[in-house]
Write a protein that binds this ligand. Sequence first.
Ligand SMILES: [Zn+2]
Length: 858
Amino acid sequence: MWTLFWSALAHATGLTAPVHPTRMAISLDVDPAADSFHGRVSIALEIEQPLASFALYAEELELETISIARRAERRTLEPRRIDDARVELMAEAPLEAGAWTLEIAYVGPVHRQPYGLYRFEVDGQPYLVTQLEADEARTAWPCFDEPRFKVPHAFEVTAPEGLAVISNGIVRARRTAGGRTTHTFRETPPIPTYGAALAVGDYVALPVAGTSVPATIWSPRGAEGDLSLVADAIVDALPRLERWFGIRYPYRKLDWILVPSFAFGAMENPAAVVMTAEYLPKVGEGTVRERREIAEIVSHELAHMWFGNLVTLEWWDDLWLNEAFADWLGDRFADERYPEVRGEVREVRQLYNMLNDDGVATERPIRTPVDPKHVFETTNLGAAYRKGSALLDATLELLGEDTLRKGLRRYLNTHAHGNAVASDLFAALTRVSGTDIGAFLGPYLDRAGGPRIAVRRSGDAFTLEQSRYWRHPGEGTTAEEPWPVPVRFRIGHADGTTSVETRWLRDASAVVTLEDAVWIMPQADAIGYYTFALDDDLLSALLARIGALSARERMAVVRSLELEADAGRRTAAQQLELVDAFAAERDPTILAQLVAIVGQVRMVRFAHDPAMDRLADEYVQRRLRPWLDRIGLERTGTETADVEELRRALLEVLGLAGDEAALSYARELTRRALEDPASVPPERLDWALASTAREGDPAMAERLLALADETAVPSLRSSLLDAAAAVRHPTVRAEALARALRPDTAYQDMGPLLGGALGATEPFDDAGIERDLEWVFTHADTLEERMPPVHRGRLVTLAKTACDVSRADRVAAFFAEPARRSVGVDRRVAELLDETRACAAQRAVHLPSLVRYLQTQP
Ligand SMILES: [Zn+2]
């Protein structure tokens, strides 16, 4: 049934003529200081049947000459613009079928915002780099900018003498004349247009030893910092991935380019990865968390060399074929390397966050129609990563590691240097396992939402019922088709042992028999894309034996109950009492989650009753102060990295509740940070600065700005700018917001400035929220100009609604103006309305119960 659906899903691509490219030669003449560049592309084409015209993508490009040739014949083509993105090229007489070469000379833009070919500056020196995924290669050169057109690329780049020029291929020759050097690169294996890459500037090379191909890290001069963590991560991950896949790294070299200004975390261009320098640690060798993050991102991008680059998705609706696998492998490798970060427990939190995101009406399936002109605005990026990754965990559980790897290897070898669709992957996995994987994964990929499994007991008989999980209390009355759910039960027996049994739930409900069960937990090892709810007796029995579960399972119990509360099926009081049921809990990662539950009493501030605020603050301090006392303010030599995470969670919630010990500690750390930011434990720096700066004065803001200008470390600069902008003083706020809008402000500084200034407003401060909203409305057009097109939808997220539906309606009306609308904006507005409605409904349910609960506390 699902296979039928696959073939029926039409690929709404933008190019339909019977012509396809077979290789690309791109010749550019660039100067990092200039606002434009000259280019010439020579595209080898196969015309499949005679035609008089065909289209390709060319956006923001000024086409100068266009001709098409074969053998001795050369013809001029006339361009006709179809829309912003596409140009139709017309011949006077039909072109015969066969091989042709299309030549276009053009002038292209050098962007200031991070997309296409763009410029950033370090120490006053201009640098160029590209970011072409998903649909921006067309702003750098005319091309058949869709991933199915995967062809070899040959670059020739002329740039001022002395500058480094890096691309996907290996340099074949360099020739210097008149102060300019032409770098000729070898042709690459077939690569998708979105993966082509170029970097030009005074980048400094750090060779990496110990990899199967030559590897080099590049960083702008003066911003090199300590790159050893990146080098270590590459040396560790590359051979491990080669072993895991059983396939060698598919390219002849690996360049890793660090840039301060980037629209994403990192980009897996074949053999020329670009990564934001924001990942480099704030201080010294960084925290374990920071080191794990680098290991994760490096493993993620390298995993793409196989998933995405060696085998490329045919069309963007299968983005999960790239991202789910890279996300999943990146996490696994980072967890193995840094087990002390407890990534495997934190991933359970992520799983439930995804289920929660999946529980609103505007959420879309992973495989959803994609607009070829607005790819990232119309794909479901978040689900492609997180839901996809959770589904791979479940697939691994079904097939076993050896079979899964065998199937993946088969898939990769079959489609090496080509393209694939989901059914190709399913076919390979089904072939090696005998299990119909498409029948399992298809319904999750093609439908939004995730299942909620309710379990009732009657003797040895357990009734399972599935429905879609809806976050909005009261929503979800429509019947949904059931998902195929392998429900994995951990069963506690009378003799104290436990066992795991899987029961498939393929219909809306089923009755299963589980023998000798004293208690059950219906998501053993927290694997499976579903949330669950137990009847009262089963829940009490489980909570009474909670210590018999693994940390992952305990996290799943906590998070599943939080989802029940979000959906209005548990009261706020029941949630707070849950913390008592975990009285014996000592796992720092789970305790941090319980801290967040206690912290939710802050919701009471929306009642605008100072007496209630006081009760809530006292409650938080009474509950959590002993937890902080138990672990202490300062790190001990023997503690693990997850204790620090708990400490930070405690300090944050206690500080917000006015706990004097936490606040004076924050002031002390800030005092030290204003002398020397490196003297403060980096894990606590942001918290300390944020909580103190808010009460600070213009002098403090000035000092923070000066420190930001002194540091060469991007992540530290961002923290300092954010804190400076968060000082709650009208002049400081106004200056920070004005600075965010200035054309000479670097793109990477905008986020912290806006985040600090607008984030300092409390959600229950109605006047402040209105003032911020007014500011966003006034400056929306300027902000939009400063953002790369793919991020313009984010403008909507600056407009905070604080769960007020009428305010959300005003935001929607503002962005409904034709001049402000775009695909990305429309989507974000729909999400904002959805989120606000769910949040308002939750507050209506929980606030009264919370008030009653606090009033009855001793
Ligand atoms: Zn990725």
